[in-house]
Design a binder for this molecule. Structure first.
Ligand code: SAH
Length: 551
């Protein structure tokens, strides 16, 4: 996939099971791709509900799309997105039986390269319709990674001239054009020019190698760093597109103006302990360095590491938020309790997975900070919501006790991504038992004294709150649940509805509604969520709800 510019994994979208075979054949060629299937018809890696909406969402996210259906369906689904000529991911239609591969969109982002690869996987010739590409066997306007086309309009004119019979020279080093069937002539008027210099003339197709590094020594000025970099490039006659990365001293890792500048210049930001090249003449706090060949930004210094604590929701993919999904897709390291890490997968080969025992939370959190402060993109997974009896608090505890000894942890970009907590998922299946004031309690006395739990249950009973009990029971805590119910019964009638949700959102999901009178510890285990109604909680048919009003 070397020349497909989108860095997101390929989305192979199928409507029904009949396309699955072809989808898997394509997938085997692109190990990090996922098969997306219509939830009601097919069991795929990722389920979607609405084809059009899903395709538009993928398109907007910039993911390359291979849709196993007619070209017409794809075109109609994406029609409303096309007017806006922003960056365009590759989009292809592939016949369900694998007999045709049709690149539709994304000429500049390598759709034809992708079409050829898929064609090779399915052993059919792709339906390439781009004339320049057909003639030259190369899309001149989509140079490989590490190079950037200077001006697309100019490029189109250039290709038209070639198609009309003009010849061209190549100035500079363009190894990927070695095998292209270009009409070359040493004395041609037209030239493909590979240069970091900002040049513009009507006879040239200018392609900039990303071979310039900027070292930002001085961020103390209260100004626009991007503008200063542009000025430095201008002064040396270099094109902004030739910039490979901004680099800066590691002590400035949290500087917002540096990150803003990198974003404005569309380049990665890397941090080093010392300048990554010999600084000869820094001006205005900025030094530039031009290499002979494109520079891989990833090979220089390190990025600002990120640590994202996500909630997977109760279990099923459809109850996971897109923000959590994106964090997982982006992750280089994934840490968590084994069951949850498995739930978050599958992962790509290059993603490192660190599974630990459920009880080693603080240690896991410290490990996450270590990885992130080395520049990695780290995700810590919890089930449900990470802030509800889960990893978010553990991560902050680790930071609280560790940041003095490990100042580098402070530079990590930390984010918490919420998820659907088990109480909310269970409540929704049952109706709306938490429709009025409620409280959430963990019945585990691992980290708090049992006396505190008893007191809180009594107060919640007294306050007539509906109660959601997490961690109701475990082998190590055999009697506690019965004692908890005993306390609740001092405040609530025997007819009070109780919702028991087990494995909600997972294949073994089971929901029961009983009365407080019937509730006993045999009905629950560690995988159960217990919701005890308030005095107003009622049952209507199969539904349980707590009205919004109060008498
Ligand atoms: N962070 C999680 C809770 C972790 S505590 C969340 O927000 O959901 C673990 C407890 O949550 C379990 O003992 C159980 O009571 C409850 N739980 C977690 N997932 C569940 C599920 N899918 N169905 C029912 N209860 C669940």
């Amino acid at each position: 996939m070397a020349r497909v510019s989108a860095s997101l994994p390929l989305a192979i979208v199928v409507l029904g099971a009949s396309a699955l075979d072809t989808a898997r054949r394509i997938q085997s060629r692109f190990p990090d791709s996922r098969v997306h299937g219509l939830a009601s018809r097919v069991n795929a890696d990722i389920a979607y509900e609405d084809f059009g909406a899903h395709l538009r969402e993928l398109y907007a996210s910039g993911a390359p799309i291979v849709a196993l259906c007619s070209a017409g369906i794809v075109i109609r689904a994406l029609a409303s997105c096309l007017a806006d000529k922003g960056s365009e991911p590759p989009v292809l239609a592939v016949a369900q039986d694998g007999s045709a591969v049709v690149p539709l969109l994304g000429g500049m982002s390598g759709v034809n390269v992708l079409a050829r690869e898929i064609g090779a996987a399915l052993q059919v010739a792709p339906a390439i319709t781009t004339s320049g590409e057909l003639r030259f066997g190369q899309c001149l306007l989509a140079p490989p990674e590490g190079y950037a086309l200077s001006d697309i309009e100019q490029g189109k004119r250039f290709v038209s001239d070639l198609l009309a019979g003009a010849t061209t020279r190549i100035e500079g080093h363009a190894p990927w054009l070695d095998d292209a069937a270009l009409p070359r002539a040493g004395d041609a008027r037209l030239a493909v020019r590979i240069t970091p210099l900002a040049t513009h003339d009507e006879h040239s197709l200018v392609i900039h190698p990303r071979c310039v590094l900027a070292w930002i020594e001085d961020i103390s000025r209260d100004d626009d760093i991007a503008e200063r970099v542009r000025a430095a490039l201008r002064e040396r006659g270099l094109a902004p597109l030739a910039l490979a990365a901004l680099t800066a001293p590691a002590r400035h890792m949290t500087s917002k103006s540096l990150h803003d500048a990198a974003r404005a210049l569309h380049v990665p930001l890397r941090f080093c302990d010392a300048a990554p090249f010999d600084v000869i003449d820094a001006k205005e706090g900025i030094a530039l360095h031009v290499s002979d060949a494109p520079i891989e930004a990833q090979s220089i210094g390190r990025a600002r590491g990120t640590l994202t604590v996500i909630g997977l929701g109760p279990g099923s993919a459809e109850l996971m938020t897109p923000a959590a999904r994106n964090a997982l897709n982006d992750a280089q390291d994934v840490l968590g309790y084994e069951t949850y890490v498995r739930m978050a997968g599958p992962f790509r080969d290059e993603q490192r997975v660190h599974m630990t025992d459920n009880r080693e939370e603080l240690q896991r959190a410290r490990h996450a900070f270590e990885l992130a402060s080395a520049g990695r993109r780290v995700v810590v997974v919890s089930s449900g919501d990470p802030g509800v009896f889960a990893m978010a608090a553990a991560v902050l505890e680790a930071l609280d006790e560790g940041h003095a000894a490990h100042p580098e942890w402070n530079a990590v970009k930390l984010a918490i991504v919420p998820g659907v907590s088990a109480s909310l998922a269970t409540a929704a299946r049952a109706g709306a038992p938490l429709g009025h004031d409620f409280c959430v309690l963990s019945l585990s006395d691992n980290l708090k004294p049992w006396s505190v739990i008893e007191k809180r249950i009594a107060h919640a009973g007294e306050a007539d709150l509906a109660m959601a009990f997490y961690n109701p029971l475990s082998k190590a805590r055999p009697w506690q649940f019965d004692r908890a119910i005993e306390i609740v019964r001092q405040y609530r009638g025997a007819q009070t509805p109780v919702v028991l949700g087990r494995d909600i959102g997972r294949p073994a999901e089971a929901l029961r509604v009983v009365t407080l009178g019937e509730l006993k510890s045999e009905l629950v285990d560690m995988r159960t969520m217990v919701i005890v109604g308030s005095s107003t909680t009622r049952v209507v048919g199969e539904w349980v709800y707590t009205p919004r009003w109060y008498e």
